[in-house]
Design a protein around this ligand. Sequence first.
Ligand SMILES: *Cc1c(COP(=O)(O)O)cnc(C)c1O
Length: 376
Amino acid sequence: MQSSIVYLDYNATTPVDDRVLERMLPFFKQQYANPSSPHLFALQAQEEIDFAQQDLAHLINCRASELTFTSGATEAINMAIKGLTYGHRKHIICASTEHNAVLECCRYMETKGYTVTYLPVDKDGIIDLKTLEDSITTDTALVCVMLVNNETGVMQDIPSIATLTHQAGAWFLCDATQAVGKIPIDVKQMQIDFMPISAHKFYGPKGIGALYTNPAIGSLEPLLHGGQQQKGMRSGTLNVPGIVGLGTAAAIAKQEMANQNKLILTLRDALEKSILEIDETFVNGHLDKRIFNTTNISLRGLHSQEMILALGNIAVSSGSACSSVTNRPSPVLRAMGLKNEDNLSAIRFSLGRFTTDHDIDYTLDRIKKIVTKLRG
Ligand SMILES: *Cc1c(COP(=O)(O)O)cnc(C)c1O
């Protein structure tokens, strides 16, 4: 890490772990073969792809054959939602707090004649199972609910949601992009049918990810047509360095997550507790049903955009989907019933593998000074 940056924006992306980069490097200049070619050189590349697929499969308890490599979670989500064979069922359900990748796919499906129900959440960001049950009809083909929310870290009761979905004969897509590599995931036990994965959210490179698909779904209509790579599910030359990076990141995560999570949780809680000592501050999202690395805090009367600017070399996010100049309220926080003023004062701190005690102390010191100055 650059020493001058205090990085607390791990939910946006993570730095590539040195061990991941190290494993990737030979695949640019030495082992650069196209794995689809017929020669021995290509076979070796294919072998590396297979190892990586195995490592990723181990992380989420599926078979390697159930994974399709994509450019990331956005593509995986598009592949699932647009590629599913809907038959006569024309209804989709998704949580109102989903990532834009899911929301925008659902809006697209509306333009194609599908009906979408956007499920409300309570003030803690949690979906009401009774509301979900009431929303599911015999026309429902797909239910999309994320495991961990990227803005608040709030976690949904995935096995119960999956059970309700399956009782109605619908498929269940779980956007677990903020969970894979952070917490243990078992797609079989959690009864997930589609699960997007993105390497850059857990110390792998950007531009590579995967879609887990339950084989019971059968084939999907591919987004990309071409050379029939990956059983025709996703044509295009495989991103060998990226895939090797993804596999390595998965293997490291499986090894290290249990120990790492405890350390990060301790730092997150220390940061949160101290910020909450400042007047008129509160956490957005359920305090317990929440991942260990994230805290989303509103500092009443302040503007997150102003705070972020003042924080300078400390990288955090506003709760909002901010464009470069204007600050728009976060749809996630709005769905949780936050008033606009509190919404616009929300800051997301997301910690990770390389966060230190010093990062937290430094950030707290700076925040306290900035709040005093801005409120004074
Ligand atoms: C980052 C993220 C995505 C998009 O992932 P990309 O690989 O960057 O396309 C989707 N869903 C969630 C919850 C995310 O955090």
